[in-house]
Design a protein around this ligand. Structure first.
Ligand code: ZN
Length: 342
């Protein structure tokens, strides 16, 4: 099983991801984790990424994907993975699909935790952290016993720099725009599953498992059906072939040797009767059966605005990569120039 788990800041997607990965035996992947591994391994792309992060800049997609490609080439992901918090744009989703499909590891599902804004605001604005031991509190849902004092170590419990209201609402707004187009993308590809993520964690976990189990069951059904169709097709063909052989035993006999060396003279009699035509229509029929059930899949609902986004599919990924390269190059140049001047 290969899945991505998306969710807004404050949806606790990391914690849910751990539960899903444990239950389904998936390798848990996050961009932060892959980048830090790549840095430790002294991977070229990892070192480049680190330089961007140290300057407080976004890591360009090109480098991100190089790091990911490296990680996904390890054998442990062959049995399945869960990628958390990525992709963040349709361009990234497109590149990710391309990369995965090229490696025969197409994505199965895109799970999205859908949480109401009020709940997110409460969670994010209520977040407090002990500056000594790092334990997290929430003044609304899980406050320390004494206001501002850590239960565990007695350290000061305060707001992180990133948890003021303006920063929070900006993050939420940015996410909303992001997920809007991403959800359309995965909806088009029939991979999107929306999970109401605002309830208590146990319920959300159960919903996640249920969604994945339903997908698995449907997938198994499809595979079984496809297999049955194949068996049927093979049986049909065999029956017809038998008939053909019975009806035209001479022709069949002549055909075989003709293929070996085929002296031109022997071919001539075959042309007169041309029984080959009888076989052709049978073969055409068989594969057609398979396709029908596949389309019924998508039990996706919700989100009316999605229809507007139809053109998403058109995007040619190659074109997008080009400007990214230019940017990187440009940044490097400016960096070099700056260095020389100093
Ligand atoms: Zn503490």
């Amino acid at each position: 099983m290969r899945m991505v788990l998306l969710g807004p800041p404050g949806s606790d997607k990391g914690e849910f991801a751990t539960k899903v990965a444990d239950k389904y035996n998936l390798v848990l992947l996050s961009i932060a984790g892959m980048l830090s591994d790549a840095v430790k391994e002294r991977l070229e792309a990892g070192i480049q990424a680190q330089a961007y992060l140290e300057r407080g800049q976004y890591v360009p997609d090109e480098i991100l994907f190089e790091v990911m490609r490296h990680r996904l080439s390890r054998p442990d992901v062959k049995t399945g993975f869960l990628l958390v918090g990525f992709p963040r744009s349709t361009a990234q989703a497109d590149s990710l699909d391309e990369m995965l499909e090229k490696n025969g590891m197409a994505l199965d599902l895109a799970l999205h935790l859908d949480v109401e804004d009020e709940i997110l605001l409460e969670r994010l604005e209520g977040r407090r952290t002990c500056i000594s031991c790092g334990i997290r509190y929430n003044i609304f849902t899980n406050p320390p016993l004494v206001d501002g004092v850590c239960d565990v170590c007695g350290g000061r419990v305060g707001r992180g720099a990133d948890s003021n209201e303006v920063v929070i609402s900006n993050r939420l707004r940015a996410y909303e725009q992001q997920i809007h187009t991403l959800a359309s993308y995965y909806l088009l590809h029939e991979k999107l599953r929306e999970i109401p993520g605002g309830g208590n964690p146990k319920d959300v976990t159960r919903l996640l498992f249920k969604t994945i189990d339903e997908w698995s069951a449907a997938e198994l059904d499809e595979k079984t059906k496809a297999l049955m169709d194949k068996v049927e097709a093979v049986t049909d063909t065999a029956e017809v072939e038998e008939k053909v052989v019975e009806e035209k035993p001479e022709v069949e006999a002549k055909k075989a040797p003709a293929k070996k060396k085929a002296p031109v003279k022997k071919k001539a009699p075959v042309k007169k009767k041309a029984p080959v035509k009888k076989k052709a229509p049978v073969k055409k029929k068989a594969p057609v059966k398979k396709k029908a059930p596949v389309k019924k899949k998508a039990p996706v609902k919700k989100k009316a605005p999605v229809k507007k986004k139809a053109p998403v599919k058109k995007k040619a990924p190659v074109k997008k990569k080009a400007p990214a390269k230019k940017k990187v190059a440009a940044k490097k140049k400016t960096a070099k120039k700056g260095g020389k001047k100093k």
